[in-house]
Design a protein. Structure first.
Length: 78
């Protein structure tokens, strides 16, 4: 699995992560790149370093090795 699409820890929505911010938050991936999380019309939006945008369509899928959040697009490293 790509380290670019993974972050350390268990971030669950809606009570944690970006919902505690007012505008946006930088999220460092395991590869050292940055995704920016923000809220737009009640949805969590991830913007990659290339300006690509993905909306979280399904959150908090609990797995034995972490938490998965499904997006409607692929985020790519720079």
């Amino acid at each position: 699995m790509s380290l670019y699409r993974r972050v350390a820890g268990r971030v669950r929505l809606p009570h944690g992560g970006v919902f505690r911010i007012r505008r946006s938050a930088a999220i460092e991936t395991l590869s050292g790149d940055t995704l920016t999380a923000s809220l737009r019309d009640g949805s969590v939006i991830l913007t990659d370093e290339n300006g690509g945008v993905a909306t979280v369509t399904q959150a908090d899928i609990l797995q034995s090795n972490g938490v998965i959040h499904v997006t409607d697009a692929v985020s790519l490293p720079q």
